[in-house]
Write a protein of this length. Structure first.
Length: 344
């Protein structure tokens, strides 16, 4: 672990508000010598894996969302990080320990020990603290079980089913005895959903000319939808709403189809659902933060499945700290499967 006086502290600062596609032009790479001085109970960590998530684009909205203010300009991009301790003035952590913290898009961080969670690498790969055993896992588990309440034999439809959250919802729904239809972009992703994750059906939304055609095919396959776990919004949601069954549960987890260009000025009709996400409205919006205090409960159930190899938790890992803005942009172009990470 390099901790020499010449070590650079690199940070991606969010410096310009995007009105459509987010890219490197909205960030500035800042470099400075690393300050290794520590106060009492402070820890110096080096980032090893940095999370890239759709919520980052929501936080850039110029209008109130689930945060009253947008992400502040000229500050480090917020993000979850898995890192290693370089130096510690805290009794509970020592050099070499693996930790999780919300330290953002920076190569190093000097933080109070209370803001870090120690990771046991014997349970699962440390990167899972940003995926199946982290925020996406918490979102998928509680979003489905608390808001969706699936019953055996019911039909659960998942949009964005090949993503970090959607791929886990597919598997959790199957464990509840539901019949699952996954919707994703591309034949390869659809084959993965059925062959690897156990979905009963999978549909490539790109293969349909419009919402009506997609809706007819979903109806023909499933007979109607009991639970819709929505990560995407847009045309896919337009297709689902007309074919929900009585007392169907619609969970609004994301509206990723609307984040580039439709975030500040959303399209009309069902595409207003990202406002329902922000306000947790009648069609229930769910956010990972709502269940943060129940993280141990989720881990007690899901971690043994992970350790036993009973869950698929694919990761797309991009190498290079300098790749972070491009990685964020790739979330909206469908270039990844599972959890997207940047390895530093």
């Amino acid at each position: 672990m390099n901790n020499s006086p010449d070590t650079l502290h690199q940070q991606w600062l969010y410096t310009s508000h995007p009105t459509a596609t987010v890219s490197a032009e909205h960030y500035t790479l800042h470099k400075q010598p690393l300050d290794t001085a520590l106060d009492r109970d402070e820890v110096l960590i080096a980032a090893r894996y940095i999370s890239v998530d759709p919520y980052m684009r929501i936080n850039q909205s110029s209008k109130p969302t689930y945060n009253p203010e947008p992400h502040a300009l000229h500050t480090v991009q917020t993000a979850g990080v898995v890192g290693q301790v370089l130096a510690s003035n805290a009794a509970s952590l020592k050099a070499g320990d693996w930790v999780f913290g919300m330290t953002g898009w920076q190569s190093h961080a000097r933080v109070h020990v209370s803001s870090l969670t120690k990771i046991d690498p014997a349970i699962a790969p440390v990167s899972t603290a940003l995926g199946v055993l982290g925020m996406p896992g918490r979102t998928a588990w509680f979003g489905l079980t608390e808001a969706g309440k699936p019953h055996a034999g019911e039909v659960v439809v998942v949009s964005g089913a090949a993503g970090a959250v959607g791929s886990l919802v597919v598997q959790f729904a199957k464990r509840h005895g539901a019949k699952v239809l996954g919707i994703a972009g591309g034949a390869e992703k659809c084959a993965w959903l059925t062959d690897k994750l156990g979905a009963n059906w999978a549909l490539d939304y790109k293969a349909f000319a419009d919402a009506d055609a997609l809706s007819q095919q979903i109806q023909a396959l499933t007979g109607g939808v009991d639970v819709y776990f929505d990560n995407v919004g847009g045309m896919v949601t337009d297709a689902i709403i007309p074919i929900i069954k009585r007392r169907a549960r619609i969970i609004i987890c994301g509206q990723i189809s609307q984040y580039n260009g439709g975030l500040d000025v959303p399209e009309m009709g069902p595409r207003l659902l990202h406002h329902m996400l922000y306000q947790r409205a009648t069609i229930q919006g769910i956010l990972a933060r709502d269940y943060l205090h129940r993280m141990d409960e989720m881990l007690a159930i899901v971690a043994p499945w992970v350790k036993a190899g009973e869950l698929v938790f694919e990761e797309t890992v991009i190498d290079g700290f300098e790749q972070l803005p491009a990685a964020l942009n790739s979330l909206f172009t469908g270039e990844h499967r599972g959890k997207l990470l940047v390895r530093v």
